[in-house]
Ligand binder design. Sequence first.
Ligand code: FES
Length: 125
Amino acid sequence: MSTQHALLVCKTCGTVYAEGKPQGKSDGQELIEQLQELHSVWELRDEVKLQEVECMSACSRSCAVSFVASGKYTYLFGDLPAKESAQAVLKCAKLYFENPQGYLAWADRPKPLKNSILARIPPIA
Ligand code: FES
């Protein structure tokens, strides 16, 4: 059985509030919708689960996504433009899936994810 991988996407990133209530579609929701469309026909859709989450404490650096798998580095990225990042995020998810340690070298990462790492957490030893 292969290790389950997950691409976590914050759906509350970039939410605009008025009188305490969210207004319209958040940037995170925009990114998720684009990712869902691409993910539904992606070659790794069964291996890398797309999962919506609410806030990964990177709110001031939205949009935020994370790559997670047992036995691999966990990455958190921010500063991703909502309407221009979906393809790059899936490309990076493929790199993550294919690397045994989940290591994402700077040179290999697509542009929006080159300089936007917020955390790289080692796997449990
Ligand atoms: S709202 Fe997206 S990380 Fe907090």
